[in-house]
Design a protein around this ligand. Sequence first.
Ligand SMILES: Cc1cc2nc3c(=O)[nH]c(=O)nc-3n(C[C@H](O)[C@H](O)[C@H](O)COP(=O)(O)OP(=O)(O)OC[C@H]3O[C@@H](n4cnc5c(N)ncnc54)[C@H](O)[C@@H]3O)c2cc1C
Length: 451
Amino acid sequence: MNRRSFLRLSSLALTGILTQSCNPAGSKAYDISIKSDMQLGHLIFESASFPEGNIFSTDYLVVGGGVAGLSAACQIHNRDFVLCELSEDLGGSSSSQSYAGEIFSQGAHYDLAYPDYYGQETLRFLEKLGVIFYDANAGLWDFVDSQYLIEAQVESQTLTETGFREQVLEQGKLKEDFLKLLFPYLSEMKMPTRLISEKLRLLNKISFTGFLHRSLVLTSSFKKGIDYQMKDDYGADADKVSALAGIHYYMCRPYYTEDVSLFSPPEGNYYFIKKMADTLPEENIRTSHLVRSISKTGKRFDVQVINIKNETVDVYRAQKVIYAGQKHALKYVFAPDGHLFSNNEYAPWLIINFVLNDKIKSDPFWQNEFLTKDLHFMGFTDNASQIRRKGGYRIFTAYYCFDSTQRILLASITDRAQAIVAETIKTISLYFDQDISNQVEKIFIRVMGHA
Ligand SMILES: Cc1cc2nc3c(=O)[nH]c(=O)nc-3n(C[C@H](O)[C@H](O)[C@H](O)COP(=O)(O)OP(=O)(O)OC[C@H]3O[C@@H](n4cnc5c(N)ncnc54)[C@H](O)[C@@H]3O)c2cc1C
């Protein structure tokens, strides 16, 4: 990249990107498809006039077809259960998109080899699904489909305001002290997090920044790196994330202590969704079914479910309900338990897949992270470093993470899509120091109103 492009790129501040309206006159119009579950979610409030449908009985009703709902369903696969997912497809924030024989991620896109101190139930479950095996030499659980591992030398590149570096956190003494502070918690940070001891849960009462300030003097550039990683994983910076969450993030990433495999199939973490869904009876999975309300009648739950395609409201009489939807929305669906997540704030994400005729001349990195002035643009992944079809398309997947207050702007994404896409293409063009706009064949946008 030449110096002029670098200076323009590193100082980009696109904070107004969501408030841009239609495409500026004379600019190129891109072929864009938009998927947003925000409208469907609002059917909870807008379905009052839908007629009654059928009445069903089931032992277990699972709300949500993301990673959590499907893994819950897998635990009860031979019992009487129904899983309801409001979208047409399973996946939630681990979804995928297909185009011309190519599949790519629209959300979560990677996982790492698992240390042995993770909860055994998770490890055994993934082993049973045929996803991981125990590598006794490395002392780690590694991935069966090793063709999807990303080579270490192309894993990532981070753009900062002063130049490129390999990792988000600056190398040096401060990083060493930072990790030294966290390492004592290493074997305590389990998955799932409910296995973490009660004593350590006290760390939920202070912020990660507060915890770090007790022992370290953070420079602003180092803090920016931590904030980026917290936002990337939790949707908010270290001031808003609890100390337990911050420690958990770093201590669950075994690459801070050893070299580990980075697993990123073309479809991203939809790979796990498919593995789980394939083990479940198809007739028990109901997509385009939105759980509108849950009420308790004696020992039983009466669950109202909107059948979105029929525009009717079915009733499911269930002995137990497993809620695996977004936490903040529980208060609308089952008010008595809404208080459980009253402190949760949600970050809206925008994911943009660019399908390109691959003529870009550059050394690809799988993950291209942006620590620039634009705090919402997180960067993009490049499938040139993943396994892909011979002669297949090159796909860039860009990520924006907004503040919870900006969520409302995403509701009118259709009016703003061309402008947002044009701005993102400009940013990526500067990054590669070449105009990519003529290579873009198709664009998919996914709005995650709450993730
Ligand atoms: C942009 C982004 C990138 C990420 N990248 C990674 C990554 O690379 N690696 C990683 O490990 N993690 C990543 N994560 C986190 C990961 O995606 C999530 O932790 C995980 O997918 C959450 O799964 P879940 O089932 O808990 O929730 P969700 O995926 O949110 O699933 C909830 C599901 O419930 C459905 N639902 C909600 N309410 C109702 C209702 N009332 N009725 C019916 N259905 C309902 C929703 O439609 C949704 O499908 C990322 C997250 C985001 C947003």
